[in-house]
Design a binder for this molecule. Sequence first.
Ligand SMILES: [Zn+2]
Length: 480
Amino acid sequence: MNLRTGKKIDGTLPRVSIWGQKGHFKLTFKDGVLIKKEACAEDSASEFCYISPAFADSHFHFTGYAIYQASVDLMHSRSIENIQEQFLDHMNKYKPVFLFGEGWDDSSFTDGGNFTGSDLDKISRELPIAARRIDGHKSVVNSVAAEMLIKKGCSVDPQGILMERDSINLGSYFEFSRETVERGFALAEKKALSFGVLAFCDYVDPMYYDHLLKRSDILKELKIRYFTMEPFDLEDPVSNERIRYGGKKYFLDGSIGACTAATSFEYIGKGRAPAPFYTKAELLKLFYADLEALREISVHAIGDNAVRLLLEAIKDTKAAQSFRLEHLEFIFDRELELLEDLGCPVSLQPNFIGMWGRPGGMYEKCFGDIYKRNNPLNSIVSRSGLPAFGSDGMPFSPSFGIYWAVNHPIEKEKIDLEAAIGLYSVNSFKLLKMDTGFLETGSAPIFLYFDKMPDENRDKERFLEPDATINSGRTVYVKN
Ligand SMILES: [Zn+2]
């Protein structure tokens, strides 16, 4: 079969293994439609190709990721000189009105340099330049940018350093051009297609909210399906078969990295965890108003104290299916019982296991031995009404997440590969209420094509990056 980007699929795949189906098949496509699916003889003489449903990322920050793609990527800079080169390159290539870069990490600088605003003044004294550290909590700006930011109420020290809140919100002080946002969306979409992601839920970062809101027509250009749960109070919100607005998102606690997730156990060296952000009465008041307005409700809850409070409040509303729970990184028997009782949909992030759940990782540094109880996937999946996977963009990659779901350090919390693929595809689409079906004859299918059976031992965290991505019968990506 010929798979060419932009073309409708046509021809035959003679030896196919299909996700979730026993045996092997011969598939025939014509003009983008699956017209015949036949069983083929078993023989082990040569390898079979593999077809899985396309992925949907049920928890992502697409807009932020897009703007990051259009900015200067400093993630691989290993010195101040490197950062300067990156900015100069970008300046010469795109002739922007300001330079915005993200991702530098001074702990990986090879020259041990002390990065300050004067290093950025060497690039330009006319264009504002800002460079945000990988964690977002510290930024370096040149003198033009410092002057502009001080006028807008930020505090910038004499070395050109912004800290915490001002640094986290840095993007909101820059007016990104339409061209930049468009380029970012195109680059982000390209990445998504190469990862086999054809739909996602975008939790729009408040600092990028205006950028999207003013330019929501850019969404119409996307090939992939877009869903968001931020309340868009647009007069005429774009809404079609690919774009959907859901409802509200609440935060019930913070994050473990910032020691603000509401756990029942202590943070080592920091003492007791903070309480959830709302009381049950406050939550119920908000939830009843949303349910009355027929909004879907998404709630971020990471620590067991937050999750338990949330589940108890949901129980009172008697509307468990209108909610979706995000993260659930540390939960135990009591929460699992409540979850089973209510059957709420949940969006889990298996990639967090690989990022922070390994021995010596962030969870262990924060909590000691209890870290082993992190992200109890199998326990949650077997009790939730609709479990699904998302990345939260850390990193954006279903393959990475699935690798860690099947390699969970705790044996009883592992999930098998077929189940993990299902959670990141079929289930995630269902969570976004964008059901697409999978390989039905007579349909213009959406699926991922792999030349060989995916094998994690061959390519660890990238083993499920497809060789081709097919969207509604058309090839939208082919690996070179
Ligand atoms: Zn998030």
